[in-house]
Ligand binder design. Structure first.
Ligand code: LMR
Length: 415
């Protein structure tokens, strides 16, 4: 019956992570999947989350079903975190929010919503973007295109090309953007650039879909959501997927949310009801435990202050190892500039290393990056950073020598 079903070739990020886990080398370093490791190389359990878990365990609450839209208290706290507690749209009841199965789940819900209610709209994703964006939207039946984003020559944003591409889109096109900590490049827009994009979106009637998976890992919790809040203020119909996987280190609990900012509260009620219908038609209602953890932390002044401190500490650690890698690479390879590492922000960096170099790092040094050259900076620590910098130095020098030698050989041949 199932003979005609071909095997799934696997996901590049998850497959690489499995390969890392199977690597017996004592030097292995995981800079592949977006996981935050602490200074000891462990996946942390945040102290605020641990305390919340203890409280919940003592309370011994039963595990009933949540409503389709998720836990009310969780949704409210999530809205405040994303849009700001003083958000006008929030006060006016114009934001429809559902709890989602992680950030990916939020994207899938909004994809279903768009396919149903905006069947003529195509989705535009940055080039490059998180690998799963294209898969997710295409599988949901949407048409997906790229807009220019990253310039490999400068390791920065190709802003002019991006603006030209967006300016040519038909109205109601859905533009997927990341407000901060762009995955995979680490290259973000400045406030001035966001303002120009927002104005363009208003003029062209575009629909921003803001994917915020790393709130707090760039410049701060409020700072990282700045573009979303500015879009709300500009009156854009912004849709937001967000995740607590990273900033609560609750990856496997799949805690996220989808918000749609509407023109008034009647629209918001209609949108919310349709999101409920979509949830019911896919998985009925979201999971409970992770949402309880998040809601407990965000709803208690003491736990919340502790959590904010922990998010700040994670961000500062990433910034510190990012700077340390840049310094060490400058020592290891004085002829090659890695200045862009210091300018990028968040968990990820587009290192500029070629697929061949990435392959050599993996096979010869057990250092795992994505073949695009994306490195998860949060996998670095004081113990492994020298190994990583030395490994990069060696594979780059080896390849440069090989290129020089083969260049000389081919010159001899042509000569
Ligand atoms: C990543 O990009 O590595 C993370 O967001 C994890 C994932 O689901 O791909």
């Amino acid at each position: 019956m199932f003979r005609h079903i071909p095997s799934y070739l696997g996901d590049p990020i998850y497959s690489l992570f499995q390969e890392f886990l199977a690597d017996p080398s004592p030097h292995r370093v995981n800079l592949s999947i977006g996981l935050y490791y602490d200074e000891e190389g462990r996946l942390p359990v945040l102290s605020s989350v641990r305390r919340a878990a203890q409280r919940l365990s003592e309370e011994g609450m039963p595990y009933g079903y949540l409503p389709m839209e998720g836990m009310a208290f969780y949704r409210q706290r999530a809205q405040e975190l994303v849009f700001g507690a003083d958000s006008v749209a929030l006060r006016e009841g114009r934001i429809a929010t559902v709890q989602s199965v992680g950030g990916s789940g939020a994207l899938r819900l909004v994809a279903e919503f768009l396919r149903r209610y905006f069947p003529d709209s195509a989705v535009w994703i940055s080039d490059p973007t998180w690998d799963n964006h294209r898969v997710l939207f295409t599988r949901a039946g949407l048409e997906v295109h790229n807009y220019p984003y990253y310039d490999p020559q400068t390791h920065g944003l190709c802003f002019d090309a991006m603006v030209s591409a967006l300016a040519a889109l038909p109205s109601r096109s859905v533009v997927v953007m990341q407000p901060s900590c762009h995955n995979p490049t680490g290259v973000d827009l400045s406030k001035e650039q966001w303002k120009a994009i927002i104005q363009l979106m208003v003029e062209r009637g575009l629909m921003p879909l803001m994917d915020m998976a790393y709130q707090g890992f760039g410049d701060g919790l409020a700072e990282d959501a700045w573009a979303i809040r500015a879009m709300c203020d500009a009156g854009l119909a912004v849709m937001v997927s967000h995740s607590f996987s990273k900033n609560f280190a609750l990856y496997g609990e799949r805690c996220g949310g989808l918000s749609v900012v509407c023109a008034d509260n009647t629209q918001a009620a209609g949108v919310l009801s349709q999101l409920q219908a979509i949830v019911r038609g896919i998985y009925s209602s979201p999971p409970l435990h992770g949402a309880r953890l998040v809601a407990t932390v965000l709803g208690d002044a003491d736990l919340r202050a502790q959590w904010e401190g922990e998010v700040n500490a994670m961000r500062q650690r990433i910034q510190r190892v990012r700077g340390a890698l840049q310094t060490r690479l400058a020592e290891a390879l004085p002829d090659v500039s890695f200045d862009h590492l210091g300018m990028q922000r968040g968990m990820f960096s587009y290192t500029g290393l070629s697929p061949a170099l990435v392959d050599a790092l993996r096979t010869e040094k057990s250092v795992y990056l994505l073949r695009s050259g994306r490195a998860c900076m949060a996998g670095l620590n004081d113990t492994n950073i020298d190994w990583v910098a030395k490994a990069i130095g060696e594979v780059v020098r080896k390849q440069t020598r090989a290129a020089v030698t083969s260049g000389a050989a081919s010159q001899r041949r042509t000569g």
